[in-house]
Design a protein. Structure first.
Length: 260
């Protein structure tokens, strides 16, 4: 028989009010996502509320409940991350990353996802390049979710067979590359020129493709050593919004806040 009580640690990805004084807390744990009920959490005297702030990493003692949400019996915050509460830009990026995790992953256990989100949220509080960090995190989230983009070789199939040409973008390139979310990655200049009118296909500059390759292959501490130009940042934001919206079949709501 399973114990009625269990312990876990979770990152608070979302919350919503329930009833007159309770709150449903969406937590990402090493065992997967769980929705838990924090009874009385909205009362001014609640001892749990301060330990269940958005993006906090919290030790939880939980009571199992049949046919309903499990109930948080005790909560003790390990990391609160107040900067993500107070800084609009960083907080919005944190909400975006949390939304991606909740939309791409349901209940399945994934310790690597938990570790990635924990690292990203911790780094996001003080890193000088929060937008670059989010672009790096997107690549890893997509890989964990089974939607890893192919940035190293062409996914075009203009002749009926996949092109497969190695993509080695250079600043001196005179022709545009492309991105095709349906086929799952980048197109060489020839395949882009042939398929640019197809639904979902859009242009991709050599610079943006170089960044996507680096973001996918390198650790963040390596990538952040490079200068991240504003033009590249703007293009990558649009490219990844396009790619992610295609695979989610919905545009993440937090993007509206980021883009204004």
């Amino acid at each position: 028989m399973r114990s009625r009580l269990y312990q876990t640690v979770g990152i608070v990805l979302g919350r919503r009010d329930y009833g007159e004084a309770d709150r449903v807390v969406i937590c990402l744990t090493p065992q997967g996502r769980v929705d838990l009920l924090a009874k009385g959490a909205r009362k001014p005297q609640s001892r749990k509320a301060g330990h269940l702030e958005l993006f906090a990493r919290t030790k939880l003692l939980v009571s199992r409940v049949e046919h309903s949400w499990d109930i948080i019996s005790q909560a003790e915050a390990e990391v609160l991350r107040p900067i993500l509460q107070d800084d609009l830009q960083r907080g919005t990026y944190a909400r975006y990353v949390a939304e991606l995790a909740m939309r791409f992953f349901e209940q399945e256990a994934n310790e690597r996802l938990y570790e990635l989100l924990d690292r990203t949220l911790t780094t996001l509080e003080r890193d000088e390049l929060p937008e670059l960090l989010v672009r790096w995190t997107e690549q890893r989230l997509l890989t964990l979710a089974g939607f890893r983009p192919e940035w190293q070789s062409c996914v075009g199939d203009d002749t009926g067979d996949q092109c497969g040409e190695a993509l080695r973008p250079r600043r001196s390139d005179l022709r545009m590359y492309g991105i095709d979310p349906e086929r799952g990655g980048a197109l060489c200049p020839t395949c882009y020129a042939a398929g640019r009118q197809l639904p979902g296909v859009r242009a991709l500059s050599p610079s943006a493709l170089s960044w996507l390759q680096a973001l996918q292959q390198r650790d963040y501490e390596d990538v952040k050593q490079f200068t991240f130009p504003a033009r590249a940042a703007q293009e990558l934001a649009g490219v990844m919004q396009h790619y992610i919206a295609h695979h989610l079949e919905i545009r993440p709501g937090s993007l509206r806040v980021i883009q204004g």
